[in-house]
Write a protein that binds this ligand. Sequence first.
Ligand code: SF4
Ligand code: SF4
Ligand code: FES
Length: 257
Amino acid sequence: MVQISLPENSKVKKGQYFKDKTDSKNIRKVNVYRWDPSSGENPRIDTYEVDMDNCPSKVLDVLNKIKNEIDPTLSYRKSCAHGVCGSCAMNMDGKNGLACTTSHADIKGDINIYPLPHLKVKKDLIGDLDGLYKQYESIEPWLKNNSKNNKDEIYQSQKDREKLDGAYECIMCACCSTSCPSYWWNGDKYLGPAVLLQAYRWIIDSRDEDRKQRLQKVADELKLYRCHTILNCTSACPKGLNPAKAIAEIKKMLATT
Ligand code: SF4
Ligand code: SF4
Ligand code: FES
């Protein structure tokens, strides 16, 4: 039988334990993935005892409290704190989501926090999204319209505008792509649900003149057809979007044009 084991330096070890110093009676344990590539050490899980009496409601608040009051070395991304920028995407309690919109009260027991799965890690909770952004760039996510008179507003009917609902709201957080098994195994070739939803958004934009070329560009066994409609992406999306449906629509367009 084939035995697969992780290389010694990638095994996640038990890390430091940060005991509460506030004497709070309302403590929760928070286990956080830590890895600093410059240290040469293995990744580890540090455990923090957090005083929940003085912590606002979201997982991002817990992380901010740890960073501000317990351990300033912890690294993670955040910006808007309102579910708009997508930068605080991570894996909490085994699910991908936005730390700023996920309530810690909804997590039972210890709070376990990891980076988004199957990405290289830059540091601690910061996943490496360089590859995903290159793929995003490859679908040319901007309006292509060669109207001579491009000083005028390009008209779009209300009906055509409505077609973009469910696509334009995407914040490129990558929760969907990093929950997609096809993207885990073929992320260098398969575009994945986040980028394909964006490709779809431009394909169906009535103002865009590049529809045919856009379709041809994604019509590829690896870029598109690695989607096997497993639907992890749709259940992972913190904005309630349905990238799997968008991928199915692209396939339908290709089959009928
Ligand atoms: S439906 Fe497609 S994109 Fe979504 S998780 Fe499944 S394989 Fe990935
Ligand atoms: S479809 Fe949803 S999960 Fe995927 S990148 Fe967009 S907002 Fe994030
Ligand atoms: S910090 Fe912007 S989405 Fe969470």
